[in-house]
Design a protein around this ligand. Sequence first.
Ligand code: CU
Length: 150
Amino acid sequence: MTRRIALFAALVLSAHSVRADDAVIELKPHPTNPMGYATSEFTVKAGQKVKVTFNNTGGIAPQPHNFVLCNPGTLEKVGAAVNAMMTDPAAMSKNFTPESPDILAKMKLVQPGTTESIEFTAPAGVGDYPFLCTFPGHWLLMRGVLKVTQ
Ligand SMILES: [Cu+2]
């Protein structure tokens, strides 16, 4: 019995130590720019577990927002696919997020006053990975960079 408890305690401890190694990214709307992230540059290690939380605090013009991570150099290409969704009657149910092999991680639209989180493993390749908000019209300004380092 005592041994079982000890094993359980060891498992709990190891689960916590893994968590401590995770990258935690907190996003929220920019306090004065209605189409901006409060912080638009983050650095994580290649292969690191990443938790992204978008806390849509509303800002000066409350709107839905999200976080979509793309392959290096594909921001304009993914943005063009986002624009093309304007004519898709099902775009809202797809969170205005296109199907694309260049999209590495995504979350649904976060309504003002709510919070969403996603978890993913950072890419193995070092580089600058762009992220954007796919709500219509936002990505031209609402964008950032996830720097993946060794
Ligand atoms: Cu947005």
